[in-house]
Design a binder for this molecule. Structure first.
Ligand code: MSP
Length: 632
């Protein structure tokens, strides 16, 4: 029997329409679900909507709707978007369903019977938007929510409490015992520190409004309703029917929760404590990704800076959008959305590296062997390349265990680069000229085998594109081909056929609305002479090393070869815009006669030049030049 896996997204609040942040979480989850299915797992993938709570009640009221009617409408919007995006969910769960309501009441009864719930009184600063209490010390300017910045209000009410404090040690033991229980590891440390600083019991019921699940009848309490986070988190087991019947227990044993970093605390602290109280096993992974920002700011309806995922997908293509989201930022880090970055991924990675490789393979096979690609001599001539591809595949699969989709795609691209590089290195057209036809045909077969492996691995990210490639080369993408080509490194024959262009290059940003350019108007009032300009020395340099500066989310530390005796160290505040690994080997422009300075305790010997228009891009040179070349 197949091993089972349960993959979840957060359930989305229905007070907001879907935006790029929601799409990001859902697309990561979809990609994992598809990959695991390909690997032969029996996957159950759920998403859905979170529909109770004061915030929803107020949003409905302001529109003159009943909460349920309002929830129905917005929940459908999410569901329609996921359908349009071809998200491969198995269940779309809503907290207003009867099954879920029963599960929550049952859970409350179990926890109560266990002595983990007691009645008391709560007074605190409550943020309605985040549905969360915050201690005075955490409030910004004594009043505002530290998470969303909105004003909090003082709530004093009778409440039932969950004995969270009782679980502090057990939680710490769990974090310690399971390396990957919270990903990425940097976030795990934040959670551990939070728990170590002491856990207070958690208020888990509310009074004063109605839109929520009532307490179980056995408690005979009519004015209390469930705290929305207790209600919402229980959607996960309730989707599988747990606490009602246990038929899906095998999925539960292998649960992966994908969440944004904003809700990690609820998932990594409250949730496992509730589960311990319910005697249910704990998730295998709780993986928290970063935020998508726009011009460095969190996206929200009130700021009016929300990016509509549908518009991006309609304009640039859904597959391109999926690739961009999963490739552009390191898992766990924030990323700023920019059309320029998206276009550069489409033109470079997708059109040049992937699309062009397919075209070349089709063209060569047509010319040399009437579209037949025979692999019999691949190992004779190209065993090194085939062995290297095995290492790259292993690396890709290793990093996906930590949900690092960006690194997964980086490894896949190394396979494509190996294929492209091999064509340039061995020049099949010259092999043919020099009567080495066997080797030329083996080369085409080798690169086709590499492309096929990369395509199978890429299929969870870009299912339709992968299928087009598979059709053009006449191979299948399924569990069997995954096992044969990816897992066992089998080398196969192909039969190519002509195929439409996979990706068109894009010259200009295509959307005027989502990314408003933000070019600061610099009035030029101080014209300088050419002699003044001569005082400024700018040189081209190559980035040899680049890493984050510890303790800073903004700074990167570079070692740059400027054609001098030794490389210079430069600190630059561009961490938000670039992933350090992506910069290594790039040529950039550096102001070299700026007085050295210490930034964050590190010596900085120059300034890396960049251009800003709301986003930021580093200045580079059109054609490679020698390091140290003067810019003038
Ligand atoms: N309803 C709760 C979750 C309950 S799960 C038991 C909730 N919903 S939400 O609609 O506010 O958003 C949930 C998730 O959307 C976030 O955790 C994150 O996964 C995603 N994002 C929302 N805004 C985001 C960005 N700007 N960027 C990236 N993802 C963010 O919280």
């Amino acid at each position: 029997m197949k091993e089972k896996k349960f993959i979840t997204t957060p359930i989305y609040y229905v007070n907001d329409v879907p935006h790029i942040g929601h799409a990001y979480t859902t697309i990561i989850a979809d990609c994992l679900a598809r990959l695991y299915r390909l690997q032969g797992y029996d996957v159950f993938f759920m998403t859905g909507t979170d529909e109770h709570g004061q915030k929803i009640e107020e949003a409905a009221k302001s529109r003159g709707y009943s909460p349920k009617k309002y929830a129905d409408e917005v929940s459908d919007k999410f569901r329609n978007l996921w359908d349009e995006f071809d998200i491969s969910y198995d269940a779309y769960s809503r907290t207003t369903s009867d099954e879920h309501i029963k599960t929550v009441q049952k859970a409350f009864e179990i926890m109560y019977a266990k002595g983990d719930i007691y009645k008391g009184e709560y007074e605190g600063n409550y943020c309605v938007s985040c549905e969360s209490f915050f201690p005075e010390t955490q409030l910004v300017d004594g009043e505002f929510c530290p998470d969303c910045g909105k004003p909090t209000r003082i709530l004093k009410e009778e409440s039932y409490f969950f004995k969270l404090s009782r679980y502090q040690d057990k939680l710490l033991k769990w974090y310690e015992s399971d390396d990957n229980c919270i990903l990425p590891k940097s976030k795990k440390n934040e959670v551990i520190n939070f728990v170590k600083s002491g856990l207070k019991d958690l208020s888990i019921t509310r009074t004063g409004f109605d839109w929520g699940i009532k307490l179980p009848k056995s408690l005979n309490e009519t004015k209390h309703i469930m705290y929305v986070w207790l209600d919402a988190l229980l959607i996960y087991p309730s989707t599988l029917g747990l606490l009602r019947d246990e038929e899906n227990m095998a999925y539960w044993e292998n649960t992966i929760h994908l969440v944004g970093k904003d809700i990690l605390r609820f998932h990594a602290i409250y949730w496992p404590a509730f589960l311990m109280s319910l005697d249910l096993s704990l998730p295998k992974n709780i993986a928290a990704h970063g935020w998508w920002t726009r011009d460095g700011k969190k996206m929200s309806k009130s700021l009016g800076n929300v990016i509509d995922p549908k518009e991006v997908a309609n304009t640039y293509g859904l597959e391109e959008f999926r690739y961009f989201l999963l490739r552009e930022v390191s898992f766990g880090q924030d990323g700023d959305f920019s059309q320029r970055a998206l276009i550069s991924r489409i033109n470079g990675d997708l059109s040049d590296d992937l699309g062009n490789l397919l075209n070349r393979i089709i063209g060569m096979s047509k010319k040399y062997s009437n579209y037949e690609i025979e692999s019999k001599n691949v190992m004779k001539f190209f065993s090194d390349e085939m062995n290297e591809s095995k290492v790259l595949i292993k690396n890709a699969l290793d990093v996906i265990d930590e949900m690092a989709t960006n690194r997964y795609l980086e490894e896949i691209w190394k396979i494509l680069n190996l294929a492209n590089f091999s064509i340039a290195k061995y020049e099949p057209w010259n092999l043919i000229k020099n009567n080495q036809e066997d080797k030329a045909l083996a080369l085409v077969a080798m690169v086709t085998n590499l492309l096929a492996r990369a395509t199978i691995l890429l299929s969870p990210v870009m299912p339709k594109t992968a299928q087009k490639i598979a059709n053009a080369l006449n191979f299948n993408i399924d569990e069997k081909s995954y096992e044969n080509l990816v897992q066992n490194g089998k080398i196969i024959d192909f039969k190519a056929s002509d195929c439409e262009l996979l990706f068109k290059k894009i010259e200009e940003p295509l959307m005027s609305n989502p990314v408003a350019t933000n070019i600061k108007e610099e009035k030029i009032t101080n014209n300088i002479s050419i002699d003044d300009f001569k005082n400024i020395i700018i040189k081209v340099g190559e980035i040899l090393e680049c890493e984050n500066v510890e303790g800073s989310s903004k700074l990167l530390k570079f070692k740059v070869d400027l054609g001098e005796e030794k490389p210079r160290q430069i600190i630059s505040g561009i961490a938000k815009y670039y992933n350090p690994n992506d910069l290594i080997g790039k040529q950039i422009c550096v102001l070299v006669n700026l007085k050295p300075a210490k930034i964050f305790g590190h010596l900085s010997e120059g300034m890396i030049l960049s251009a800003e228009d709301g986003s930021l891009t580093l200045l580079s040179v059109m054609n490679g030049v020698k390091n140290g070349a003067i810019v003038g």
